[in-house]
Design a protein around this ligand. Sequence first.
Ligand SMILES: *Cc1c(COP(=O)(O)O)cnc(C)c1O
Length: 368
Amino acid sequence: MPKAQETVLEIDLKALKHNFEYIKSKLHKDTKILAVVKAFAYGSDASEIAKYLQDLQVDYFAVAYVNEGVTLRDAGIETPILVLHPQAVNFKTLIERCLEPSLYSAKILDEFLAIASKEKQNNYPVHIKFNTGLNRLGFLEKDIDSIVSKLESTTAIRAKSLFSHLAASEDLNENGFTKDQIAKFKSIYKTFTTAIGYQPMLHICNTSGVLNYPEAHLDMVRSGIGLYGFGNSESWNKDFKPVATLKSLISQIHHIEKGETVGYNRAFKSDGLKKTATIPIGHADGISRIYGNGKGKVTINGQQAPIIGNVCMDMIMVNITDIDCKEGDEVIIFGNGMSASAFAQSANTISYEILTAISQRVKRVFLT
Ligand SMILES: *Cc1c(COP(=O)(O)O)cnc(C)c1O
């Protein structure tokens, strides 16, 4: 791996391949894989990740919003793309770019149906989302009759899949709740397919669902965090390889005396002779102020250096008093030594949040 000469997010495509193949190894050969590439592919780079996964024959992609799907089409992605949370204002664009909407309420179904009819669509693929307990987006079981009668009254759209989303698939203490969600979904899809007379694809598992609920893989699974290298538990994490490493370097070293302070608002006060390093990454790059004042730690020459004082917009200062290092040395924010999930834990958050927080200002570098 090249030594960082500026702050970079390194994206290891071999690790991505490993994770894809690992997830695939957990599935029946007929179960499809949908790769979730929303939010810049969890903060990495949606177009590059999608191109690579398309070459690996992934079956589907999902994004949250229509503009994310447009970016993938512009990058030449031809694999089907499910848009998980589209807004009606973008439906015309969605149709023009062959993106497939998740329809989760009577309002959004009616809005999409009106536009698909106006645009003279025939059997336009849509994905019907059911709420089985997350209480975020989705129809309820009692809505089935009205959905089916709307679908039967038109040739403009057709249900390509029925799906739901698990609320706590990573938490085995919630095993009973998850099993209830799976059972509810089963009852929903049985009623729905009997009423509609054809068989849409069925899917409910995210990454932790894939790992913890093999009986619920159904026709397709939707994996995000697993592809990027995390299994939401220490034991599963071992089987994945983190794709992203956030690296920087030491810009300047300071020697400070007892009583001196470091950074804005003088938040760090020195109780003795200290050595500090200033690093070109700040809250504008995605390192929230929550990581300041000793919470977050970076790795320099294999040793941990806590962030001292407040995180600035473009910089952090770290305590390197006991670390043998010099200006220009590499700094690992997360990756080798300290995983993104461990770094996130230091600020009481999760890998998903720190990965997606890394701003577009940080250069992405791809290792192949
Ligand atoms: C984000 C998302 C996923 C991916 O979940 P992971 O835990 O990252 O695998 C799957 N399904 C839906 C509906 C999502 O919003």
